[in-house]
Design a protein. Structure first.
Length: 506
């Protein structure tokens, strides 16, 4: 099966091209029959591809097959072929079916929210191609048929359908996966058939050899696309709200295309009307006014499209700003959690260590005091009343300690142990902390009362964070040994020369 997938579609395309080149050796009626046969074979190839690949959405391919069979019917002229009315009916049906197929494929390949953007891109392609084809094809043909409503209307009908097919092919490459081989073959076929149709419409002669070759090759590409394995995948491409290189190139071409084509359109008018042509005033509507309106439409659509991209950029900038603010808030929250006790909201041991490091690093005389506080009787509260009551007590006492040492820093080191760094009057702060710890609290319907022991240390007497915590802990245990509910101050002992020899508690 893999080998068949590899050789089937290129074999069909190369074999069809060989038949096309052989048909060029036939006289004109024979070439028409060969063209009809190639188109019918391309339609059969599409049906075979549907049966072989079983695409999830086969409507696109069925419409293409119907269009190819209608194209083949238009070339069966002659005594046993259709009459003029049936010929026109088959041709219009072919154009309608193929155009509808392209629109269906674009819709399938577009995300629901992107249909508006793709539709706007297709409209820009239509007007851009009209602006480019006007001086060479559309304008001259309309000038010739301007006073004959029926031929002008027929030409306009086929022109609109052709432009829609071309726009749909361009959007297919933008909305669908541009690497999808089936999409590439369909788009190449559409562009080739457009070039052949435009050249044939601009000529007043029977189809040239290269017209027939282009038509045959374009229809063979459709059959080859249906035989390719990628025909069953309606893959979506890049987000149409992003300015990809393809879209940027499309917008740049459209911006430059219309002024260039306008200049080409003005050259024949500057030379004056040719033999048999009406004066400039008689065909000013279709030779000047309509091209101007088309150019204005291209400009308006480009502005709208760029406005959509600008709005998208603003929306994404606001979303990015909101995401950055959310990330900053999350970072602040994580940092707060890393340095604060989750129960009381006070600083934790990491915050205390950082504050001590900063304080010890200051010059002596400006370091402040460290107070280590341990609650007396807290274990009995937890054991008798439960941990929820103990937690409520810790929260209440933590808030009271924070209010007392408002100009300092309060931290909970764990359990019922707290630490306070104050800039001055450590003894007064220690007394207020003792009174606050001894206040009765009504928690869980029970009156709860504890006391505290405090170790006080002058940070001028230490040279490291670890030393400060060690000496303050010595003072704390001295307070507990003294009967609890009191504070003790750690003081260094010195020899006769004033050198520190040991530590003591005053």
């Amino acid at each position: 099966m893999r080998r068949l997938d590899y050789w089937l579609w290129p074999g069909f395309l190369l074999g069809g091209v060989a038949v096309t080149l052989g048909a060029l050796l036939l006289p004109q009626p024979g070439s028409e029959w060969a063209l009809a046969g190639v188109e019918a074979c391309a339609g059969l190839a599409v049906l075979a591809g549907i049966r072989l690949r079983r695409p999830a959405n086969a409507l696109f391919w069925k419409l293409l097959a119907g269009g190819l069979f209608c194209f083949a019917l238009t070339h069966l002229a002659g005594p046993r072929g259709p009459g003029p009315l049936l010929d026109q009916l088959a041709l219009s049906s072919a154009f309608l079916l193929v155009t509808a197929a392209m629109v269906v494929r674009v819709r399938v390949c577009s995300r629901p929210a992107d249909w508006g953007a793709n539709l706007l891109d297709g409209a820009m392609v239509v007007l851009g191609v009209m602006a480019g084809a006007w001086p060479m094809v559309i304008g001259p043909v309309l000038a010739e048929r301007w006073h004959h409503p029926t031929p002008a209307a027929v030409f306009g009908f086929y022109t609109i359908l052709t432009l829609l097919r071309l726009a749909a092919a361009a959007v297919l490459l933008l909305a669908g996966n541009p690497r999808n081989r089936a999409h590439q073959l369909i788009a190449a076929s559409t562009f080739l058939l457009f070039a052949a149709d435009a050249a044939y419409a601009a000529s007043d002669r029977p189809p040239a050899v290269w017209h027939i070759v282009a038509w045959m090759t374009g229809h063979l590409m459709i059959g080859a696309a249906a035989l390719h394995p990628s025909m069953a995948r309606a893959e979506r491409g890049a987000d149409p709200e992003t300015l990809s290189r393809t879209r940027l190139g499309l917008f740049a071409v459209l911006i430059a295309f219309y002024p260039l084509m306008t200049g080409l359109n003005a050259l024949p008018r500057m030379a004056g009307p040719g033999p048999g042509q009406p004066p400039a005033g008689e065909d000013g509507l279709h030779m000047f006014v309509l091209p101007m309106l088309i150019g204005a439409g291209v400009s308006v659509l480009l502005v709208l499209r760029m406005g959509m991209l600008g709005n998208l950029a603003q929306r994404r900038a606001r979303a990015l700003d909101a995401a950055l603010r959310e990330q900053e808030a999350l970072r602040a929250e994580l940092e707060h959690r890393a340095t604060h006790d989750p129960l009381t909201g006070l600083g934790n041991r990491a915050a205390l260590t950082e504050a001590l490091t900063v304080a010890v690093g200051r010059p002596a005389g400006d370091r402040g005091w460290l107070l280590l506080l341990d609650l007396d009787g807290f274990k009995e509260v937890n054991d008798t009343l439960g941990h929820p009551v103990g937690d409520e007590l810790l929260v209440a006492l933590g808030g009271a300690f924070r209010r007392i040492a408002a100009d300092g820093q309060v931290a909970r080191l764990g359990g019922d142990e707290f630490a306070v760094i104050v800039p001055g009057d450590a003894i007064g702060v220690a007394d207020r902390l003792l009174r606050a710890a001894a206040v009765e609290h009504l928690l869980g319907g029970t009156v709860v009362r504890v006391s505290a022991s405090i170790g006080v240390l002058a940070l001028d007497d230490v040279d490291s964070c670890a030393g400060a915590l060690r000496d303050a802990d010595v003072a704390l245990y001295a307070a507990k040994a003294a009967g609890r509910g009191c504070h003790r101050v750690h003081a260094p002992e010195t020899d006769r020369r004033g050198n520190r020899t040991a530590t003591g508690v005053g």
